[in-house]
Design a protein around this ligand. Structure first.
Ligand code: ATP
Length: 365
């Protein structure tokens, strides 16, 4: 097992800068997820760690070894791809054993490792089958098995679940997390799916246009997004954003938007002590509620809205309405959902509000 360090890593493809000054220290045994929209440089970063892509500038260490010039086969890594890449003419056992045979690992040792991995993945009964005789989930397990038998220092996974149907994805997500915990192998996992990132990673690296936006734990990203991009990317449905003015009136800092004006609690006002006049207010759907306790504590945050759309989801529901010409969504308990057209009094929990600089998008509180 090993730590992985990327130091000032750049990748240029001609004029295109795919990865820009990437810095990350991954701890031994850590599960790191790289997440971001298509084209943000996730795969390129993973391929540089694997040695499948040259580094334009910077350093990559696996353990304490600088691997910039080490070929992929000598990096002690194992990759799992989206399209499994199983050999169709070989059975499951031979697919899993192939890499070890190439490395001239003794037969008995190969047998031991394949059987052990097969047991771990619950595919012992499939060892004599060909890939075409397997389901998508079983193929994915074989691909994982092939990586596990290598006993690598690092697993590199590029959207390994994206070919599975929604239900199986959720199931395999949990299985993979458990497996990583059990094996304790340092893992770098690429996905564009923020739910996958949030549920699997110890820490998450959010990327955009080749640039790291934020590195944090799932909860850290959710509670303290560094900028508008991260705030909008993490969370479903996304955080509501409203352009507002911050204005002090009689010693109280107020948030004013089109048709509303809310006072901020004292400590929030203090945190924003250098108020920028025009900012973007960010409020998560669950922080707009009908909760009684909050309503009683903060009657000044209650606002009457006309419900435009209701999406019941069972235990909870999404309620859409307009505020100052913007669409806003609240997440309410499924048992207290209003009807379309109804007027409801919602509480805006401004203790949980985020504020972002209008120009740079950076969080200001
Ligand atoms: P996706 O989720 O769509 O796979 P990604 O975040 O993994 O996207 P990359 O595949 O790393 O993104 O691509 C990052 C940028 O580098 C993109 O602009 C892409 O077009 C560019 N790029 C990637 N590979 C090459 C290449 N071989 N030649 C030229 N440009 C490339």
């Amino acid at each position: 097992m090993a730590s992985v360090i990327l130091r000032n890593v750049w990748k240029k493809f001609g004029q295109v800068i795919a990865v820009r000054d990437f810095n990350l220290e991954i701890k031994d045994g850590e599960f790191i997820v790289l997440v971001g929209p298509s084209g943000c440089g996730k795969t390129t970063t993973l391929r540089m760690v694997a040695g499948l892509e040259d580094i334009t500038q910077g350093e990559i260490y696996i353990g304490d070894r600088l691997v910039n010039d080490v070929p992929p086969k000598d990096r002690d890594i194992a990759m799992v791809f989206q399209n499994y890449a199983l050999y169709p003419h070989m059975n499951v056992y031979d697919n899993m054993a192939f890499g070890l045979k190439m490395r001239k690992v003794p037969k008995q040792e190969i047998k031991r490792r394949v059987e052990e991995a097969a047991k771990l993945l619950g595919i012992e009964h499939l060892l004599t089958r060909k890939p075409k005789e397997l389901s998508g989930g079983q193929r994915q397990r074989v691909a994982l098995g092939r990586a596990i038998v290598r006993e690598p220092k690092v697993f590199l996974m590029d959207e390994p679940l994206s070919n599975l149907d929604a239900k199986l994805r959720v199931q395999m997500r949990a299985e993979l997390t458990k497996l990583q915990q059990k094996l304790g192998v340092t893992t770098i996992y690429v996905t564009h799916d923020q739910v996958e990132a949030m549920t699997m990673g110890h820490r998450i690296v959010v990327m955009r246009d080749g640039i790291i936006q934020q590195i944090d734990t799932p909860l850290g990203l959710y509670e303290r997004p560094a900028n508008l991009f991260v705030a909008g990317f993490i969370g479903s449905p996304p955080m509501n954003f409203l352009p507002v003015m911050l204005e002090e009136e009689q010693g109280v800092l107020r948030v004013k938007g089109e048709g509303f004006s809310f006072p901020l609690a004292e400590d929030m006002g203090r945190r924003l002590k250098a108020p920028r006049k025009e900012v973007v207010l960010g409020l998560r759907p669950e922080d707009i509620t009908v909760e009684h306790r909050l309503r009683e504590a903060h009657p000044e945050w209650v606002y009457r809205v006309k419900v435009e759309v209701v999406e019941p989801l069972g235990a909870e529901g999404l309620v859409y309405f307009s505020l100052g010409g913007q669409q806003v969504v609240a997440r309410l308990s499924g048992s207290s959902l209003p009807k379309v057209g109804e007027e409801v009094a919602l509480v805006f929990n401004l203790n949980r509000a985020h504020f972002f600089d209008k120009e740079s998008g950076k969080a200001v509180a």
